[in-house]
Design a protein around this ligand. Structure first.
Ligand SMILES: Cc1cc2nc3c(=O)[nH]c(=O)nc-3n(C[C@H](O)[C@H](O)[C@H](O)COP(=O)(O)O)c2cc1C
Length: 348
């Protein structure tokens, strides 16, 4: 079972993650993690902070020796390169953020104490942990990909880049939809026997944990509402070479909360960025007077990085289901377990 914790603020000293439960003897180096950290910083429409100030690099503090995991907790540190705002107090509430509910809940008069942790900066720590999970899964030929499907309603890159330019010019922001595809997952990860073991539910929770993600689809997703069953469900076939197989994958690789052996297809929608250069109407937390929402360096659109974060959080959820089924303390043990399961399936 993989467990992880993250700590750190947007403009604090560093982000840290601890990943527990990673088996021993997985080859792992900082570059495996830094590649995805770099991808998280890219994307058309990102603000100046990503381009100029941050170049995220993870330092492995524990759990790895001579390029291999040891089975002990893996601690990671990603230093923050921009910390100058950390001491600046803020009272102008920002609609669409954690500011108001957070200030009331934690009894704060300085919104900085809320936004520093609520910021999507924390997702760098998630991506680092996700990169390790991806590396583990890739050893078993399970791979995770992502792509942006639409931004601001436009489905072509050229069109959405234009929309992002226009939104930037107007002091506005955009959201969109990204898709995650997982190939190579064996049949039977996750389970129908209890609600918290359903893999579709765990994927949805993982994706919804990304700030600004407001909906998740599996396979045909919401479009099924307008379809008849005969056009939705993936019929089952069998022959000696392939065993059981399907000709369609409308279920998105998940049936009964379990992988069905087909590619897993997930989509998530991200709301438009909440900080607008042309500020929204708001209220000052302390004076209670009308004001404009605070504007700090902000992205115009962050769907591309959200897709990279999506890969990471989904990787952790899948690695968990994988280890639940094939779990062992070392890579050798897991390889033996999965080989035995594959043999068992062939004999059924
Ligand atoms: C990669 C990424 C980057 C983001 N960048 C910003 C940003 O620059 N400005 C902003 O206002 N919100 C940004 N957000 C969204 C906010 O973090 C999010 O909307 C806010 O924390 C409130 O959470 P909620 O939308 O889930 O309710 C970003 C989200 C992600 C995933």
């Amino acid at each position: 079972m993989l467990r992880y914790l993250t700590a750190g603020e947007s403009h604090g000293k560093a982000l840290v993650s601890i990943l527990e439960g990673c088996p021993a003897n997985l080859s792992l180096c900082e570059e495996d993690i830094n590649r995805d950290l770099e991808r998280r910083q890219e994307g058309y429409g990102r603000g100046p902070r990503m381009k100029e100030i941050e170049k995220d690099q993870a330092e492995i503090l524990s759990g790895v020796r001579n390029g291999k995991t040891m089975g002990s907790p893996i601690a990671l540190r990603i230093p923050n390169r921009s910390t100058e705002l950390f001491d600046k107090a803020i009272t102008e509430l920002r609609p669409g953020h954690a500011d108001l509910a957070g200030a009331l809940k934690y009894n704060q008069k300085d919104i900085r104490n809320i936004l520093e942790r609520a910021s999507a900066r924390e997702t760098a720590a998630k991506v680092a942990v996700g990169a390790i999970s991806k590396k583990l899964l890739s050893e078993f030929k399970i791979n995770i990909f992502s792509k942006v499907l639409e931004i601001g309603g436009a489905k072509k890159e050229k069109e959405w880049k234009k929309l992002i330019d226009e939104a930037k010019e107007a002091g506005d922001t955009l959201g969109g939809v990204f898709e995650i595809t997982i190939t190579g997952a064996p049949v039977g990860l996750g389970s129908y026997v209890h609600w918290d073991r359903r893999l579709d539910g765990n994927f949805a929770k993982a994706l919804m944990s990304i700030p600004a993600v407001k909906g998740v689809e599996v396979g045909l997703g919401f479009s099924q509402a307008a379809m008849v069953g005969s056009k939705v469900h993936d019929e089952i076939f069998y022959n000696k070479e392939k065993g059981f197989f399907r000709k369609t994958n409308n279920a998105g690789g998940l049936e009964g909360g379990m992988t069905d052996g087909q590619p897993i297809i997930l989509r998530a929608v991200m709301k438009p960025i909440a900080t607008l250069k042309k500020p929204l109407k708001s209220v000052d937390l302390v004076s209670k007077k009308a004001c404009e929402a605070l504007v700090e360096r902000s992205d115009v659109c962050a769907v591309e990085p959200a897709a990279v974060i999506g890969e990471a959080v989904v990787a952790v959820a899948l690695a968990n289901a994988f280890l639940e089924k094939f779990g062992g303390d070392s890579m050798t043990e897991i390889k033996r377990n999965i080989a035995g399961y594959r043999q068992q399936i062939r004999k059924i």
